[in-house]
Design a protein around this ligand. Structure first.
Ligand code: AMP
Length: 288
């Protein structure tokens, strides 16, 4: 595996691959790689001849300085995992490489502050500016790597839908592929931020996935009122007093709009804080 730190070197490296008509897959990450990232890389390896994993803690998507500063980092861990999963390139730029005038950000892409839930509600509401940072860095990576396919996790479901829109509107040749959430056997969704949880806090955090699975069971049993489903999830979360709930909602799976009644599919989404750590998780439901 090649470790590449500069845009110029990456452009040179990929030009050769493109000349040979090799399919290029991109897996954007912020590092501290785990089995969730590994599943994205492995899927990319199955579907492409060259897989680039980017590893960059993107400052513009953090709406809290402390969260950015305490984001876990371990270069050796990332090198090992990316290589073992079959990546050909690990692209690890420094801040100035991605934002030449940092801390000034001269060019930024923004999502439209419309009345659509996708751009205005849930993560967009609780993390102002977050998705502007995400689309900015993803656009930079898309323009740089020009992949045939790019892989994103359902773990960040709203992000996945927004990145799909970004590609449709600005990078129509790139196919954005969504990949299922990888969980610990306990049900806890894997996340780099879990490294900041104590064992005790991990037990508390479990309530989030338990609430999602309880709601899914209720849907499987025929409940179709989103309000009742949301109340059920809220009650589950309230069992853990140290969790402070931001939202627990049942939305349309395709655009995250609220629904008056659930028909064929839905997306259950939860965000909660455990002391300073913010946890998100979601689950899709389809009528069987
Ligand atoms: P991050 O490094 O947290 O920005 O994540 C990089 C990519 O990995 C994003 O597309 C995430 O949605 C995805 N990802 C993170 N955690 C998981 C997980 N547990 N399962 C599947 N994909 C994940």
């Amino acid at each position: 595996m090649e470790l590449i730190n500069t845009k110029a070197e990456l452009i040179r490296y990929l030009a050769l691959k493109r000349k040979n008509n090799l399919l290029i897959g991109l897996v954007p990450t912020m590092g501290y790689l785990h089995l969730g990232h590994q599943s994205l890389i492995e899927k990319a390896v199955q579907e492409n001849q060259v897989v680039v994993v980017s590893d960059f803690i993107n400052p513009t998507q953090f709406n809290e300085a402390a969260d950015f500063e305490s984001y876990p980092k371990d270069i050796n861990r990332d090198l090992k995992l990316a290589e073992a999963a079959g990546a050909e390139v690990l692209f690890m730029p420094d801040l100035k490489e991605m934002y030449p005038f940092y801390p000034n950000i001269d060019i930024k892409i923004t999502i439209n502050n419309s009345d659509k839930a996708l751009f205005n509600d849930l993560e967009a509401k609780y993390r102002p500016g977050h998705f502007d940072g995400v689309v900015t860095v993803v656009a930079k990576l898309f323009a740089l790597v020009r992949p045939d396919k790019a892989y994103f996790g359902e773990k960040d479901f709203q992000q996945l839908l927004i990145v799909k829109r970004l590609a449709e509107e600005c990078f129509p040749t790139i196919d954005v592929v969504g990949c299922p959430t990888v969980r610990e056997p306990s049900g806890l969704a894997l996340s780099s931020r879990n490294a900041r949880l104590s064992e005790k806090q991990k037990q508390v955090a479990l309530v989030i996935s338990q609430a999602l699975f309880a709601a899914k069971d209720a849907l499987d049993s025929g409940e179709r009122d989103p309000k009742l489903i949301e109340e059920l999830m809220q009650r589950e979360i309230e069992k853990e007093q140290s969790l402070s709930l931001e939202y627990a909602v049942c939305r349309n799976d395709s655009d995250l709009e609220p629904m008056s009644e659930i028909s064929d599919n839905a997306r259950l989404l939860i965000a909660a804080r455990l002391s300073s750590i913010r946890l998100i998780d979601n689950l899709g439901w389809q009528r069987r």
